[in-house]
Design a protein. Structure first.
Length: 81
């Protein structure tokens, strides 16, 4: 997201957050919003219930589901945060 930060509140389950690196081959799906690309490089971080993560605007990120596990999280989008 080019103009807003994402704040993730993990409610249940586990997943892996891929964050940083370079976003490649995405498509613009709305103003300032790209999707369906891949991330080259970046750092992987495990997420679990109770975690809170803030991802600044313009930082590539993707939630990777762990096979066989459910994952529930709330995302708050904050402009200028």
């Amino acid at each position: 997201h080019e103009t807003q930060s994402d704040i993730f509140f993990v409610q249940s389950g586990t997943a892996t957050l891929l964050v940083g690196g370079t976003y490649v081959n995405g498509e613009t799906v709305a103003p300032h919003e790209k999707r369906n690309g891949t991330i080259q490089g970046g750092v992987r971080q495990k997420l679990a219930a109770g975690d809170v993560v803030r991802i600044p605007a313009k930082v590539p990120h993707q939630v990777l589901l762990d096979g066989g596990h459910e994952f529930t999280y709330l995302v708050v989008k904050a402009k200028g945060y």
